[in-house]
Design a binder for this molecule. Structure first.
Ligand SMILES: [Mg+2]
Length: 235
């Protein structure tokens, strides 16, 4: 089956960064909202978040990160949404250098699109879409993804099949076997995508947990995605 779309993971695949953590978000929000009381405010935000999760586990509830932010903001009395926006307008880049894209990402995305394929982004993240898209603009990548799904907008994360279904739906792909997923985590990315029948490329190299799953291809550099796609397109 000749691929028609390629969906990329973000942390550890498009960037060298691992999965995004809410603690980073609380630290940045606290520095914006209370520069002289940042540490105690960040700790209060984190405590309120942990309380939300405890209650969520107890009641069997799930929710989006947006809902978590709203609950924490109410509990602590801080306008988290405003602080998130101000942080993105300020020197967010200086505080998050690990979000800079792999030097090969720009060319890979261009050349995948030049092959006539659709492109998608699917990342497990607690950071807001606003921040991610600011980083993608900075690195010239935003317009190179036809669909971008951030799990902070969803009530579940990879490897849940619903996350892959969300990005395939956004791309208009009805046959998952024509789509390829590229990621660095065997369980979240490879196993997750294989549940829907997607083909998978594992980018090796990062300190990630192992999992008993076999990807369709393995690469050690992002640029090698092109070699795999070219091999598959001539099968
Ligand atoms: Mg990753």
């Amino acid at each position: 089956m000749v691929p028609t779309a390629v969906v990329f993971d973000w942390g550890g695949t498009i960037t060298p960064c691992g999965d995004a953590d809410l603690r980073d978000l609380w630290n940045l929000v606290a520095r914006v909202a209370a520069p002289h009381q940042a540490r105690p405010l960040a700790e209060a935000l984190e405590r309120a978040e942990q309380a939300w999760w405890r209650e969520a586990l107890r009641s069997g509830r799930s929710g989006t990160t947006t809902e978590v932010l709203a609950a924490v903001a109410a509990a602590v009395g801080v306008d988290v949404v405003a602080a998130v926006r101000i942080a993105a307008e300020g020197n967010l880049e200086a505080r998050t250098p690990h979000t800079i894209a792999d030097p090969e990402a720009l060319l890979v995305l261009h050349l995948v699109k030049a092959r006539g394929l659709l492109t998608g982004l699917l990342t497990n993240t607690n950071w807001p879409r606003l921040w991610h898209e600011r980083w993608l603009v900075r690195d010239g990548l935003l317009g190179l993804f036809d669909a971008r799904i951030y799990t902070n907008d969803l009530p579940f994360i990879k490897p849940h099949p619903g996350t892959f279904g969300a990005v395939l739906g956004a791309l208009g792909i009805t046959d998952p076997t024509t789509a390829v997923f590229v990621g660095d985590r065997p369980i979240n990315d490879v196993w997750g995508a294989q549940q829907l029948g997607m083909r998978t490329i594992l980018l090796r190299g990062g300190p990630v947990p192992g999992y008993d799953v076999v990807p369709d291809a393995t690469i050690s550099r992002l640029g090698q995605v092109l070699d795999v796609l070219d091999a598959w397109s001539t099968e």
